[in-house]
Design a binder for this molecule. Structure first.
Ligand code: GAF
Length: 391
């Protein structure tokens, strides 16, 4: 689906396709980034998440080739062009990171038994990179969607997501969960999705019409994110082992409280975050669909405190933004860090009448406090990946 921000991307990929590859593309395909409203670090614990796809996307112009070459132009890297051959082993490129997302997706698709030939592709995106809004997942999903479109592959949206996650886990080397790829592949317009990350069932939850989703990028560079992410995963897995369950999803807060004394203090904190966050996320889906912003705001505040104090993944800059926005919106909306943590973005759900106040207070205080300048995106919940049929 196009949105007012898509047109520049569509023009850019069409232009670069034609100027670098020498003919016109036959298809335009998109996949969105995402913002997670609540349910952080719960996906790899088989738990619940509540993200929505956003109107920041990765867009591809593509055409089939009649040989086995995949040739890709990256508009965002000065039209850098890379190619690989489907008849040869697809290997990691140490000198060019962006092509690895594409190689990984293609390799995993072939590994799953899908058969297809070569393609010419030009790609560009406006999902901010490294900000916790899933630019990597959008790239993985748009490439899966592109081969589906070009070769009429009978692959479900869910499998496009799983394939993207597999590429990230096994080829790129980040041990992420399924949330980002699944919402990018299956998002729904004007809705968040409550995702059960064990069954992968989704439930669409309508976004209140009278609220705006405002994302504030702290522009704090996310340090140590991969190593800290993997450490959190290991701590959660250790807690699940101690409780004798497959994943922390299977532990209730009562069971946790009964045995907390047996746990190492840090493992206990990590587990408490995940167990309480799962409960909050299911409750938040109900609050959001009822338009109960007071309760939604309380749950988002509890989620943020839990990420800060128990999971220990927030940073000073992010805490400052959350506290500052909360002073403006009171109990009329919600605000919390979103994404993997250690920098990145804050998500807030606010009455439209307060959007300018939120922007103004952050502009007035954030840089003075931290030396960094924020970027603000006012977003809409968008559909997941698909071909764009242009008028
Ligand atoms: C990152 C990961 F990619 C997701 O799978 C999820 O774990 C998230 O961090 C934290 O909720 O975006």
């Amino acid at each position: 689906m196009t949105n007012p921000k898509s047109q520049a991307l569509i023009d850019a990929v069409n232009t670069s396709f034609e100027s670098v590859l020498g003919y016109k593309a036959t298809h335009i395909v998109q996949a969105p980034g995402r913002v997670n409203l609540i349910g952080e670090h719960t996906d790899y614990n088989d738990g619940f998440v509540l993200p929505c796809a956003i109107d920041y996307q990765t867009i591809v112009a593509a055409a089939r080739r009649d040989d086995n070459i995949v040739r890709v132009v990256s508009v965002d890297y000065a039209n850098e062009t890379k190619e690989f051959d489907l008849t040869e082993e697809i290997t990691f490129d140490n000198d060019c990171m962006w092509i690895n997302y594409i190689k990984g997706v293609v390799k995993c698709l072939r590994g799953r038994g899908y058969e297809f030939g070569g393609a010419d592709i030009s790609v560009s995106g406006n999902v901010p990179q490294g900000a916790g809004l899933s630019s990597s997942a959008a790239l993985e999903v748009v490439i899966g969607q592109t081969f589906k479109t070009l070769y009429n592959l009978s692959i479900s949206q869910q499998e496009i997501a799983l394939n993207g996650q597999q590429a990230e886990n096994e080829f790129v080397g980040c041990n992420c969960g399924i949330m980002d790829q699944l919402i990018s592949a299956e998002g729904e317009e004007n809705h968040a999705l409550l995702i059960d990350c064990r069954s992968l069932e989704t439930k669409a939850v309508s976004m209140p019409e009278d609220m705006a989703v405002v994302i504030i990028n702290s522009n704090k560079k996310r340090g140590l994110v991969d190593s800290e992410y993997n450490t959190r995963r290991e701590q959660c897995e250790e807690a699940a082992r101690i409780f004798g369950v497959k994943a922390l999803r299977d532990v209730t807060i009562e069971q946790f409280n009964d045995r907390v004394a047996e746990l190492d203090e840090m493992v206990a904190k990590r587990a408490r975050h995940v167990i309480t966050e799962n409960d909050r996320t299911e409750e938040a889906a109900v609050a959001l669909s009822n338009g109960d912003m007071k309760r939604m705001g309380e749950l988002m505040a509890e989620s943020h405190a839990s990420m800060r104090d128990d999971f220990e993944i927030t940073v000073r800059e992010i805490d400052f933004i959350v506290e500052t926005v909360k002073e403006v919106i009171g109990d009329q909306g919600g605000v919390r860090m979103t994404g993997g943590g250690f920098g990145g973005c804050v998500v807030s759900i606010v009455p439209p009448a307060l959007v300018d106040d939120v922007k103004a207070v952050i502009a007035a205080k954030y840089e003075a406090e931290t030396g960094l300048k924020e970027t603000i995106y006012v977003c809409k919940a968008m559909p997941g990946a698909g071909e764009l049929v242009l008028a």
